[in-house]
Design a protein around this ligand. Structure first.
Ligand SMILES: NC(=O)C1=CN([C@@H]2O[C@H](COP(=O)(O)OP(=O)(O)OC[C@H]3O[C@@H](n4cnc5c(N)ncnc54)[C@H](O)[C@@H]3O)[C@@H](O)[C@H]2O)[C@@H](O)CC1
Ligand SMILES: [K+]
Length: 519
């Protein structure tokens, strides 16, 4: 799936890739001075139009390198626009361009503070200490200063390019201290570290400052550079297309095996997620205690009555007519059980449709002798939707500290589509791109949403299996984005039952827009 575009709005790069791009621009004749002006002016425009808080004045924290230089251009322009600006430069300036900007700022009358700024002061701090050039912890006194600022005057700091103290590749703090920005204005392309879960409290809202990188230069990046997806990309996504005269059986048929005595709600939420996908028909295998009542909540589902209080996977699988379903979701709330995964594995290997495995289905595979290597035996496509703990149990040999690398490696070695949950979920598929969700709402990380997601993913997958052309693993990223967007846009609340309703409405709207667009 070539979605979204591999352009400056979507590419996620490492610090070395960003530096290589800058060097390429310089080698073509762009000057460092011109680029820094461009960056500083754009940052200043953004600040002026977004922060009326600048009225209380601004302190620019200037570092020794070009990040400090960016800060000085911003300081100069804000000063010329009438903002009350002062500078604090606690480090000896190392870069000559930064030195020139500093002496110009002082010559035109900007105040240079001789001691650290007041942490309780009302003025805005613009942190331009360090950007891409960071490799070590902040000096102790600077780290403590940020801690005190956050304690006494939170929400009044913006970082330029990368928050001081954060590694732009991993998103980790070099030690425990870093600047906590309400917003980070990052230069050129999005650096991978800025999107990782541990960096989010420090980065705040992330704004990309465009430096006009020509597409010829962007094309020099490797083809497997991850892409960021957010609500802005919903408009361009490709929902599966089904013929307008298709019957309910030609609109994707999904079966769900979910739930246990302990996790009754998980089964229901999975079914609600499945229904929200608009898939033609949904069949459910649930423990007796759930299916007895579930039909009242989801009357459109066909229930295969289970005689037991707990799911027996093998029994359910024997009842399924695999040639009559496009996808099968196994796992939400089924528990670990004494059943061996190996007993069910043979039947699942042969299933040519899409198999979606979540939660305890993944844990059962982790406990099995073959572990993830079993995925390679699957004859049809497989998607897995682990949270980080489930992922680590399944792929103990993979280092999860970089979720993008971890998901990508797992997809490559196992041949399955991997949706690794996190604040910014990562999706990696075999032989395809890697996507990371951004601008997600942290308040929606609540119990039950994963069950809704599993059902929705299964439903979208069923539609994908039945739509024209070869099966597109990219639909896993499409489903993840729509689910995340529905969760953050849900007016009624953040609980999973409300979100599943919103999901249904939203996906219908997306499909209708597509129809209107096509005609
Ligand atoms: N080259 C250019 O013209 C452009 C540079 N840009 C800016 O330049 C930045 C990169 O500039 P630099 O390569 O100069 O790197 P930085 O400005 O990030 O600073 C690196 C310097 O800070 C020191 N340093 C790093 N971490 C430290 C710590 N914890 N304690 C003490 N000293 C520390 C390093 O030893 C080095 O001297 C980008 O982040 C971006 O803000 C952009 O404006 C684009 C254009
Ligand atoms: K910075």
């Amino acid at each position: 799936m070539s979605w979204p575009k591999s352009d400056a709005d979507h590419l996620i790069v490492s610090s070395s890739q960003m530096k290589e791009i800058e060097q390429k621009l310089f080698s073509y004749g762009m000057t460092e001075e011109a680029l820094m002006e461009k960056v500083g002016l754009s940052m200043k425009d953004f600040l002026i139009s977004n922060f009326n808080l600048l009225e209380s004045g601004v302190v620019v924290l200037v570092g020794p390198g070009h990040n400090g230089g960016d800060g000085l251009v911003v300081a100069r322009e804000l000063f010329l626009d009438g903002v009350d600006v002062s500078l604090w430069c606690p480090f000896p300036i190392k870069r000559s361009l930064t030195k020139s900007h500093l002496s110009y700022c002082i010559s035109i009358g900007i105040t240079q503070l001789q001691s650290e700024p007041d942490v309780t002061g009302n003025c805005f701090w613009i942190e331009a200490f360090f950007g891409l050039g960071q490799t070590k912890p902040l000096p102790k006194e600077i780290g403590n200063l940020f801690k005190k600022r956050e304690k006494f005057t939170p929400g009044k700091l913006i970082s330029l390019d990368v928050p001081a103290g954060i590694c732009s590749d991993t998103g980790k703090t070099f030690d425990t201290c870093a600047a906590r920005a309400i917003s980070t204005l990052t230069v050129g392309l999005i650096k991978v570290g800025l999107l990782q879960d541990m960096a989010l409290p420090y980065v705040g809202s992330l704004k990309r400052i465009d430096i006009g990188i020509p597409s010829g230069v962007l094309n020099l990046l490797p083809k497997d550079v991850p892409l960021k997806i957010s609500s802005n990309d919903i408009i361009s996504l490709k929902a599966p297309q089904i013929e307008c005269n298709a019957s309910k059986y030609e609109r994707g048929r999904l079966a769900v095996i979910a739930g246990s005595k302990k996790y009754r709600g998980a089964a229901l939420l999975t079914l609600q997620g499945a229904i929200a996908s608009g898939t033609g028909s949904v069949q459910a295998f649930l423990p007796k205690s759930i299916s007895k009542y579930a039909w009242i909540k989801v009357p459109e589902v066909v229930f295969e009555e289970e005689s037991n209080e707990e799911i027996e996977l093998i029994k359910c699988l024997k009842k399924i007519k695999f040639d009559r379903i496009e996808s099968l979701v196994v796992g939400p709330g089924i528990g670990l059980s004494i059943e061996k995964w190996e007993d069910s594995a043979l039947i699942l290997e042969e299933f040519l449709g899409l198999l979606v495995l979540d939660a305890d289905a993944l844990n059962r595979i982790s406990c099995s002798q073959q572990g993830w290597e079993w995925f390679r035996k699957r004859k049809g496509p497989t998607w897995i939707t682990p949270n980080p703990n489930e992922f680590c149990r399944l792929f103990p040999e993979i280092d999860i500290s970089s979720p993008i690398n971890a998901a990508s490696l797992a997809a490559r070695i196992s041949g399955v589509g991997v949706l690794l949950k996190g604040a910014n979920t990562v999706i990696a598929v075999p032989n395809g791109p890697i996507w990371q969700l951004t601008n997600t709402s942290s308040f929606v990380a609540r119990a039950g949403l994963g069950d809704v997601l599993a059902g929705f993913v299964g439903g979208i997958g069923a539609l994908g299996m039945i739509s024209e052309g070869s099966f597109d693993h990219g639909l896993l990223a499409v489903a993840a984005l729509i689910h995340s967007y529905a969760a953050s846009e849900c007016e009624e609340g953040t609980n999973a039952a409300f979100v599943s309703k919103k999901l249904g409405k939203l996906f219908k709207a997306i499909q209708m827009k597509k129809v209107q667009f096509d005609t």
